[in-house]
Design a protein around this ligand. Structure first.
Ligand code: SF4
Length: 266
């Protein structure tokens, strides 16, 4: 069995939701414009590091979705997103704080780690230098800034801890492209300790054991901060609500095949 970061984090959020997705094959329909745009933006970043025209790459990739029936958040439109994206790319190129030595090898890296009979796979956005420091890099496109205070907060991000664990690289960075009226880029860095990596490895093992013995009890919650059900794509299944199921979900086998998409944009 091959496990991914997305699987483990979904199990930890709610084991019942894990069962719906990975055992029963219920996946969320892609209706959110921001998700698709994030993937197009990442392709444009790849074009930049390969020395190509990243603005043209963004238009080409995002152009595929011009007439897609996406849900746009308040005020967003196809045009607005592309203009924000081009503005962010220009700022990123001007700042020139990130270096990727070998774009063929160091972008969208798949790393497999074997643990007993199981394998664990992670999809890293990039390995490169941020302000001269070699890091695992995660790109994020978002409508609001990531919290930076107190100092060291980023070192508690489980996805970055996972990437540090699987790559063995202690330094991690999150480059956050903030799509707002005046676009902004956050260059956030942190170091993950050896102890954090060991703990993550133990947590992966424990979680896999729980999955293998079939523990899929719901972790339901509707009150802040334990309000996972409110934004859960599987809510219709738990409520036995057919219209909600039809609106949000699609059932197909091989649900884990698309985990790499979730790791690109979340
Ligand atoms: S609706 Fe709540 S209990 Fe049901 S799968 Fe989602 S998070 Fe779990």
């Amino acid at each position: 069995m091959v496990y991914s970061y997305t699987q483990i984090s979904q199990y930890l959020r709610c084991p019942r939701s894990y069962r719906y997705r990975y055992l029963d094959g219920w996946r969320e329909k892609e209706t959110r414009a921001a998700m698709a745009f994030g993937r197009c933006f990442e392709s444009a970043l790849g074009a930049y590091f390969r020395g190509e025209d990243c603005g043209a790459a963004l238009f080409k990739e995002w152009g595929v979705y011009r007439d897609a029936p996406f849900e746009y958040k308040k005020g967003d439109t196809w045009d607005r997103l592309v203009h924000q994206g081009v503005h962010l790319l220009e700022r990123f190129v001007q700042a020139d704080r990130v270096r990727i030595r070998d774009p063929k090898q160091d972008l969208q890296i798949k790393i497999l780690q074997t643990s007993g009979e199981n394998e664990f796979v992670a999809y890293l956005d990039a390995i490169g230098e941020v302000d001269g420091v070699r890091c695992v890099i995660d790109w994020k496109t978002t409508a609001s800034r990531y919290p930076e205070d107190p100092a060291g907060l980023l070192s508690l991000d489980p996805q970055l801890i996972c990437y540090s664990w699987i790559s063995g690289i202690p330094d991690v960075a999150m480059i956050v492209f903030v799509r707002k009226h005046a676009p902004e880029i956050q260059y956030l860095r942190a170091s993950i300790s050896e102890e954090q990596r060991r703990e993550f490895g133990r947590m992966v093992e424990t979680t896999i054991k729980q999955i293998e013995v079939g523990q899929f009890n719901p972790h339901s919650g509707i009150r802040f901060p334990q309000n996972g059900c409110v934004s859960c794509s599987h809510l219709g299944l738990c409520l036995n609500n057919e219209p909600l199921i039809a609106a949000n979900l699609i059932r197909k086998a091989g649900a884990s095949d698309l985990d790499w998409l979730d790791e690109l944009v979340d």
